[in-house]
Ligand binder design. Structure first.
Ligand SMILES: [Fe+2]
Length: 331
């Protein structure tokens, strides 16, 4: 079934570019002038993307975004706003939209934003299919509930990460399967991916929210999170192996990573898989302190650092799982 996009607001002079871009992605377009009408349309049928031209005549952007997301978490939202001075990154973070394109909309930027928005949607949909408890029900239900509780604990602390933990878990699990791991092992990779940053519950909230300009002491506190996460998980007998994977998710192939400076095959394969999934989501997802670097940047970074930072064969498996990266690499 053809997916649809919902276009809200006047889109000013950007209308032809927006329509042509959405058409290029084979999206059927439904239009609404008012935010209230858009909400009704978004709730009537699942929409792949909502493009909102700000300001809306009857509703704050934050109200539109939060209500669409509450009803349809997999719907990605692109805001068109601002002017020649460029986007206000503070606004995109505060309202929780996925992408922000400044007016007048440039076709190239809008195409990239739409590609990223659709990529994020696919990851969220996949994550929904792989819901934690369903995956873990094949194992131990109580352990599954503990993992879910720990994940919620992390999300409550690191709320700006916006689904990063679950996305990394899902992507790591897919890469593990692509890489030929058995189902049981891939399940552990998935759990370790979800909980890879659990140790951040032990990091000061103010440091987590200020990722730049940290002092040496603050960096030491951040860099201890894999150890803290492993300590927490190591206290749960069925998660001992997961604890080991979490401990080593920041190691690097050339030994320059932390906490133990392991090299190559000394690093558990699961940790090498989590490292590429973590980096992939970090590079394509907008963050509070910078816009997303994009698929092209991610593809170049993986190509440049495969073999030194990341396991080159695991990077190949990642590219097989994320065709958009392969396309970005080729372009
Ligand atoms: Fe981490």
């Amino acid at each position: 079934m053809q997916e649809s996009a919902l276009l809200v607001g006047s889109t000013n002079g950007s209308y032809p570019i927006v329509m042509s871009c959405l058409g290029d992605f084979q999206l059927a377009v439904v239009e609404a002038e008012l935010g209230a009408d858009a909400l009704a349309l978004a709730q009537a049928r699942d929409r792949a993307i909502v493009v909102a031209d700000l300001p809306l005549p009857d509703m704050a952007a934050s109200a539109l975004v939060s209500r669409v997301k509450r009803h349809s978490p997999a719907t990605s939202i692109i805001l068109l706003a601002g002017g020649p001075q460029g986007p206000d990154l503070g606004e995109i973070v505060s309202v929780g939209a996925d992408e922000y394109v400044s007016r007048p909309a440039d076709r190239g930027r809008l195409m990239i934003a739409t590609a990223r928005a659709l990529h994020r949607r696919r990851i969220v949909l996949q994550a929904g299919r792989n819901r934690l408890l369903e995956v873990l029900n094949a194992g131990d239900r109580v352990v599954g509930e503990i993992v879910e509780a720990l994940c919620r604990c992390l999300e409550a602390k690191d709320f700006l990460s916006d689904g990063h933990a679950r996305t990394v878990g899902t992507l790591a699990g897919r890469v593990a399967v692509e890489h030929g791991l058995a189902e049981d092992e891939a399940r552990l990779v998935y759990v370790a991916g979800v909980l890879h940053d659990l140790g951040k519950v032990a990091v000061d909230q103010l440091i987590l929210e200020r990722p730049r300009g940290l002092t040496a002491a603050e960096w030491r506190e951040v860099r201890i999170h894999p150890v803290r996460g492993a300590e927490i998980l190591g206290s749960i007998e069925p998660l001992r192996e997961v604890a080991r994977y979490v401990r080593h998710h920041h190691e690097r192939q050339d030994g320059s990573g932390y906490p133990d400076g392991l090299r190559g095959s000394e690093i558990p394969l699961a940790s090498r898989i989590i490292a590429v999934a973590d980096a992939c989501d970090a590079m394509v997802r907008p963050r509070p302190y910078r816009s997303a670097d994009g698929l092209g940047y991610a593809a170049r970074e993986f190509a440049r650092h495969a073999g030194t930072q990341w396991d080159a064969e695991v990077v190949d498996s990642l590219f097989a799982c994320v065709p958009e990266l392969q396309l970005a690499k080729a372009s």
